[in-house]
Design a protein around this ligand. Structure first.
Ligand SMILES: Nc1ncnc2c1ncn2[C@@H]1O[C@H](COP(=O)(O)OP(=O)(O)OP(=O)(O)O)[C@@H](O)[C@H]1O
Length: 249
């Protein structure tokens, strides 16, 4: 491995089982992987391959049944965090702290609060953050500086997703985890959202992981990780990242 690569997540033997009565569903069957600081990773896989399960575990929303998952922060406010936090054995308090200060989430459906404006939806998060961007700045980063006082119902689907991205990046997370961020959007709008994610990665150095079943999106990544049947099938570095506006599907 390149000496300069800084590991943000290291997963070893990650498994996630679901017990459904007599039946055990093996969503993850032993995942080994690393995510690197500052990279843009696309995780591809067929429906049911375990993508969302993995992303939820990386984000501290869920815990593995077996295995280890170490998170290394580049920030220095807590020495135990600096030396690596095992999310598999972390307490609820540590997981809450991790989610609040280190990761941002973007989901297929935007989960905005309908009674709050774009600015207020972002402020909900910045109010409890350690290093927040002003909501106006976060919204400018996603190209919505002219929509600050619009309510979700007054915004298009793509604009709502960009508010959701602004909300996720306003706390200046080290990692941005995106679960099918373009899944509910048409092609043009989806490209616009990918441009925003690419820009955030390029300009702020935030590690970005995007899960999708859309193979084409893999071309904009530094690395593509393919999941199959709860395992990493293949990991591949792209010689060159393509800009989202070059993608077609
Ligand atoms: N809460 C749950 N209870 C039981 N089984 C689950 C649960 N969540 C996921 N699974 C199962 O685990 C497997 C992996 O699911 P997961 O949602 O991670 O796949 P995915 O790759 O994200 O799929 P999709 O692209 O369709 O969203 C599937 O077989 C799914 O049915």
């Amino acid at each position: 491995m390149d000496d300069k690569v800084e590991v943000v997540f290291q997963a070893r033997g990650l498994k996630r089982f679901y017990q459904m009565g007599e039946m055990t569903i093996q969503a993850l069957r032993g995942i080994d992987l690393e995510l690197h600081a500052g990279e843009l990773v696309v995780m591809l896989g067929a429906s049911g391959s375990g993508k969302s399960t993995l992303l939820n575990i990386l984000g501290g929303l869920d815990s593995p049944s077996e295995g280890t998952l170490t998170y290394h922060t580049r920030r220095s406010e807590a020495s135990h965090e600096r030396s690596g936090l095992d999310l598999a054995t972390a307490s609820q308090r540590e997981l809450t702290n991790f989610r609040r200060h280190h990761v941002g989430f973007v989901f297929q459906f935007y989960n905005l609060i309908s009674s709050l404006t774009a600015r207020e939806n972002v402020a909900v998060v910045t109010d409890i953050s350690r290093h927040p961007l002003p909501p106006e700045e976060a919204l400018a980063l996603v190209g919505l500086e002219h929509r600050l006082d619009h309510f979700p119902s007054q915004l298009s689907g793509g604009e709502q997703q960009r508010v959701a991205i602004a909300r996720a990046v306003a706390k200046q997370p080290e990692v941005l985890l995106c679960d099918e961020p373009t899944g509910a959007l048409d092609f043009q709008t989806g490209i616009r959202v990918l441009e925003v994610l690419e820009r955030i990665n390029r300009e702020t150095g935030t590690t970005v992981a995007i899960i999708t079943h859309n193979e084409v999106i893999g071309d904009m990544a530094d690395r593509v990780i393919r999941l199959r049947d709860g395992r990493v099938d293949h990991c591949q570095a792209n010689p060159k990242r393509r800009r989202p506006q070059e993608l077609r599907w």
